[in-house]
Design a protein around this ligand. Structure first.
Ligand SMILES: [Cu+2]
Length: 105
């Protein structure tokens, strides 16, 4: 095999593997900004400790610098609306952020 053939075969294997990996990942992620804004550790902890126990939530990350909350959840159990309702229960208005803009730093 030539070097090009090997590279091409590798590329084909990669392209075939990616959709399978995506299917196996049963979690979705949503990024929110909250009002009032998180300005200190207390806000972060309040959000984390409460949302963590929401049904279907797998993981929660807060970014105080970007003022964002990223929630990893099982889409079969919960959804963005339910998460927003959970934020509301603890006194926050959560707004979904476009994931691509949240990734930019
Ligand atoms: Cu605070």
């Amino acid at each position: 095999m030539t070097k090009t053939t090997i590279l091409l075969s590798l590329a084909v294997i990669f392209m075939a593997a990616v959709p399978v990996a995506a299917q196996n990942n049963k979690y979705a992620a949503a990024v929110f900004t909250v009002t009032p804004e998180m300005t200190c550790q207390n806000c972060e902890n309040k959000i984390k400790t409460n949302i963590r126990f929401e049904k279907g939530v797998n993981d929660i990350r807060t970014n105080i610098k970007d003022r964002t909350v990223t929630v990893k959840y099982n889409p079969k159990v919960t959804n963005e609306e339910k998460l927003i309702a959970a934020f509301k229960k603890i006194g926050y208005v959560a707004k979904p952020v476009n994931a691509t803009s949240a990734d930019k730093k």
